[in-house]
Design a protein around this ligand. Structure first.
Ligand code: HEC
Length: 88
């Protein structure tokens, strides 16, 4: 929920960033979002965060994060492990 909410809340900024890089917005299924969530939840930086529900670690989240182009922007200062770490 929080991931979807944060993506929604930052939608305008992401839309701008996609446009600037001339990238198409990827379509993401619920399953794909879940897989990426699991990946993001299990990073060393975010693992300690309280979760209302937990999924077992998954291998495909990382691959999806790459293949959907998320990692193209979300590295360095924009790395989600850094941005999400500051979330309550
Ligand atoms: C074209 C660049 C770009 C791509 C590709 C991209 N994003 Fe983003 N994203 C951004 C920008 C810019 C922000 C706003 C960052 C900020 O608030 O400082 C953002 C913010 C976010 C946030 C909110 C982070 C926070 O501060 O809480 C999430 C979650 C997120 N993106 C997830 C994703 C996921 C998942 C994908 C892959 C499907 C993705 N993004 C692909 C540029 C991108």
């Amino acid at each position: 929920m929080v991931l979807a909410q944060e993506m929604w809340n930052h939608g305008a900024q992401m839309r701008e960033a996609f446009a600037k890089r001339k990238l198409a917005r990827p379509q993401i299924t619920a399953q794909e979002l879940t897989d990426m969530l699991v990946y993001l939840q299990n990073l060393p930086e975010t693992r300690h965060l309280a979760t209302n529900f937990a999924f077992p670690p998954s291998d495909s989240g990382d691959a999806l994060f790459q293949s959907k182009g998320c990692s193209g922007c979300h590295t360095g200062k924009l790395a989600l492990e850094g941005l999400l770490r500051t979330r309550p």
